[in-house]
Ligand binder design. Structure first.
Ligand SMILES: O=P(O)(O)OC[C@@H](O)[C@@H](O)c1c[nH]c2ccccc12
Length: 260
């Protein structure tokens, strides 16, 4: 199963990374940074209207290579010009051809709220996200025990990071709510077989209280899609492939925001 492979590859990768930059070293550099508050991010997403999280990714396990060369700075500038609420940057190298360096460079170049999109399975990766200047991390319910999820969620908040908790079914949504998630992302793509169904967001929206930020993730292709999602009370959409392939991502994002 792909998720198991991803977790295993991530395990190996972070072991290697820790042999080069140790956790204590990383902690030290994070301690020197100016403090940030996760509530600033949550408040951004609580503003009325349809929020867009624009994603930057070169490849994915379901689609293979999406673009030949990744002009991550250029894309981040476009997303920022379109006033996205946040920019999601894939940092997983093996299956998504991502790099934590993309995230770091974007944060050094552009004033934007960024999300580290990876398969976070240990505290080290959370410190890395903070060190790279991101303000949000993704935590995926399906790959963590409930205890881990709670522990990493609390650590993120302590470091000033907001958390998007990704759930795929009713049981995972219940877990996300039980640990105090304020922002839940429902993935319309089943990470086990890659099928996409908006029914997932539609059904699960009813299981999430209205004061919790609800983000629909994956498979958004058109304004029709986002209209449908808006009608059922979704607060935001996370869009990758469609934006990466769009000739005019700014116009597309503006349309989504304007439809709110
Ligand atoms: O490219 P899409 O279909 O618009 O999907 C974006 C995003 O939702 C997807 O990349 C994603 C959702 N959850 C994830 C978890 C890990 C890696 C990637 C993802």
């Amino acid at each position: 199963m792909i998720l198991d492979d991803l977790v295993e590859a991530t395990q190996e990768r972070t072991e290697h990374e820790q042999s080069m930059v140790s956790l204590p070293d990383l902690k030290q550099s994070v301690e020197k940074m100016a403090s940030i508050n996760p509530n600033d991010v949550y408040e951004r997403f609580r503003r009325p209207g349809m929020h867009v999280i624009g994603e930057i990714k070169k490849a994915s396990p379901s689609k293979g290579q999406i673009v030949d060369t990744l002009d991550y700075i250029g894309i981040a500038k476009q997303y920022s010009e379109a006033d996205v609420t946040a920019i999601s940057v894939l940092t997983e190298p093996k299956y998504f051809k991502g790099d934590i360096f993309y995230l770091k460079e974007i944060n050094q170049t552009i004033d934007a709220v960024t999300l580290r999109k990876d398969f976070i399975i240990n505290p080290y990766m959370i410190y890395q996200a903070r060190d790279a200047g991101s303000k949000i991390i993704l935590l995926i319910v399906a790959i963590l025990s409930k205890d881990q999820l709670k522990q990493y969620f609390d650590l993120a908040h302590e470091l000033g990071l907001a958390v998007l908790v990704e759930a795929h079914d009713e049981e995972e949504v219940a877990i996300a709510l039980s640990i105090g998630a304020q922002m839940i992302g429902v993935n319309n793509r089943n990470l086990k077989d890659f099928t996409v169904s908006f029914e997932n967001s539609i059904n699960l929206r009813k299981k999430v209280p209205n004061d919790i930020i609800f983000i629909a993730e994956s498979g958004v292709k058109s304004i029709d899609d986002t209209k449908k999602l808006r009608e059922i009370g979704v607060n935001g959409v996370l869009i990758g492939e469609t934006l990466m392939k769009s000739d005019n991502p700014i116009e597309f994002i503006k349309k989504i925001q304007g439809d709110a």
